[in-house]
Design a protein around this ligand. Structure first.
Ligand code: HEM
Length: 206
């Protein structure tokens, strides 16, 4: 494997995942957000987080289908960045919007069903993010895969949160729900066998 093959995919994938953050920072610095910048940040970090989760879930079926090694890296990085953006989203909510005022938070927001679903999604993603390093993968062995299944309930909870916080238009949450359900179905043995049959490239994985 030459240097381009080794370092190209991680550099490109990291840059792509950081792009929404750089774009948001740029818009904040230049005052390009709307009259409600806190809500803008909430929406943009939330959408990026859920997109990353979907990309992460798509990694395994795409890898099984196409066999490119970088798809496995994409799955791991997207899951990690998904957690990162969700953490920013949460921090913006409790820190910037509610100024860490726990009494106000408890009275006003934390008992709302959309907030509970969002928090549950974030909690599911925490062990996935912490154990995403190669060291943890080695240490946990087979159990590592079971821990990483938490990304599925996390995605389902995140999309439920997306539905519940939507005021009128639920078309975007519907699109994400359809994608997540499809990606979940693709992990069932029947569909796994089907995608294995469609495989166009031999495994390039070592
Ligand atoms: C994995 C965790 C989470 C994900 C993926 C996520 C994702 C999202 C998404 C996609 C939206 C909709 C953005 C839009 O309107 O298009 C949203 C909105 C929102 N989320 Fe989350 N969220 C998560 C966790 C949380 C948590 C823990 C909280 C706070 C307790 C929270 C608070 C909010 C609020 C207040 C909004 C409404 C923004 C608005 O329209 O005013 N989220 N979230």
């Amino acid at each position: 494997m030459n240097r381009l093959e080794k370092y190209g995919p991680p550099v490109i994938l990291n840059l792509l995942a950081l792009l929404p953050l750089a774009w948001l920072a740029w818009d904040i610095a230049l005052g390009h957000l709307s009259v409600n910048p806190i809500q803008d940040i909430q929406i943009r970090t939330g959408r990026t987080a859920i997109i990353m989760l979907v990309v992460s879930l798509a990694g395994t079926p795409l890898y099984r289908l196409l066999g490119y090694r970088w798809l496995r890296l994409m799955r791991r990085l997207a899951g990690l960045y998904g957690f990162g953006y969700a953490a920013l989203h949460f921090l913006n909510f409790i820190g910037v919007d509610y100024r860490f005022n726990l009494d106000y938070l408890r009275a006003d927001a934390l008992d709302k069903r959309y907030a509970i679903a969002g928090l549950a999604a974030l909690i599911c993603l925490l062990p996935v993010a912490v154990t995403s390093t190669r060291g943890w993968q080695r240490r946990l062995g087979r159990r590592w895969r079971y821990w990483h299944w938490l990304v599925y309930p996390a995605a389902l909870l995140a999309v439920t949160h997306f539905f519940w916080q939507a005021k009128i238009d639920v078309s975007l949450p519907m699109v994400f729900a359809a994608l997540i359900i499809l990606l979940l179905l693709l992990r069932l043995p029947f569909f796994r066998r089907m995608t294995a049959g469609l495989k166009s490239r031999p495994d390039t994985d070592g």
